[in-house]
Design a protein around this ligand. Structure first.
Ligand code: NAD
Length: 283
């Protein structure tokens, strides 16, 4: 089976649209502010996709474009201004920063209650402690999709390839929170195939086209391909899709798999952030 990420994302969007409608009825239309530093065309494209999703579900959106040379102080000042604004419920700093500058100080400046990407240390810590509030959208989208597909994670052998802060690490925490047995592989893992062959659920987020081949996948596995790579003008994932589809129970395509789920989850989390802020205001 091909896991239709677009169809699942539409379901999630429809649910979010209803929640947004309820917030609007209370006079609390959710607002998302994005920040782009510099002129990275890929960042601009991702932000456009996020703003279109906002329009579809009824979230107000705005973008702040800072100059390529903006220092970390200027980025933090911008974030502080957005933290103060009542009509901004979610703040998203689009990564990477130009020159691959360290984004951690900027991430830490975002009000944890508005951290819709879930990268703030407080939210990461809560996730690790088993209390998931605002969490990274890509892993949350994968966990949501598994639940929607009726695949319970309890006791399930899951293998994650990639240990980044954006995908692999938070996903490992989410899967442990659901009592899966979790292995996390990365570039230093000695025998990758020996691990992936055990996986009932395999999530690949390495950014290496063709990394996962048919003989590395357990028959009947659920495979989520997070990778986004450009090869000869085409967008491909990390999994040899056509071959792996022959043995797996289900595989996400690239494009049209994990990507749309991530965007929909961002909408859902912006609604969640607004709901949480509303509850705090009413206390
Ligand atoms: P990253 O570069 O921060 O991390 C890559 C991870 O893969 C590291 O843990 C590294 O050790 C591991 N790795 C690299 N080569 C490997 C190999 N040969 N064998 C085993 N492990 C290897 O990347 P990231 O930010 O986590 O993103 C990973 C991929 O997912 C990229 O292609 C990125 O574009 C994509 N991505 C997609 C979405 C989405 O919404 N679909 C979201 C985030 C990232």
């Amino acid at each position: 089976m091909i896991i239709d990420g677009k169809a699942l994302a539409s379901e999630l969007e429809a649910e979010t649209k209803e929640r947004v409608g309820e917030l609007v009825a209370l006079g609390r239309r959710p607002g998302l502010a994005t920040i782009i530093v510099g002129e990275n065309p890929a960042s601009a494209m991702y932000v456009r996709i996020k703003h279109s999703a906002c329009d579809r579900v009824g979230i107000r959106s705005e973008n702040v474009n800072l100059h390529e040379d903006a220092g970390i102080e200027e980025i933090i000042e911008t974030i502080r201004g957005l933290n103060e604004r009542e009509d901004v419920n979610g703040i998203l700093l689009q990564l990477p920063l130009p020159g691959n500058r360290d984004s951690a100080p900027a991430m830490a400046a975002i009000d944890p209650a508005k951290d819709v990407d879930g990268f703030h240390p407080v939210n990461m810590g809560s996730l690790l402690a088993g209390a998931e509030r605002l969490v990274p959208c890509t892993p949350k989208g994968i966990v949501w999709a598994l639940e929607r597909l009726g695949v319970s994670l309890e006791g399930r052998e899951t293998v994650i390839v990639g240990h980044s802060n954006v995908v692999g690490k938070p996903l490992a925490a989410m899967m442990l929170n659901r009592n899966a047995t979790v292995s996390v592989c990365h570039v230093f893992t000695r025998n990758l195939a020996a691990h992936t062959r055990n996986a009932e659920v395999l999530v690949v987020a390495a950014g290496v086209p063709g990394l996962i081949k048919r003989d590395m996948v357990k028959p009947g596995a659920y495979v989520f391909d997070v990778g986004i790579n450009r090869v000869e003008g085409k967008t491909v994932g990390d999994v040899e899709f056509d071959e792996v589809l022959k043995v797996a129970a289900a595989v996400t395509p690239v494009p049209g798999g994990v990507g749309p789920l991530t965007v929909s989850m961002l909408m859902s989390q912006t609604a969640t952030a607004t709901e949480m802020q509303e509850q705090i205001n009413n206390r």
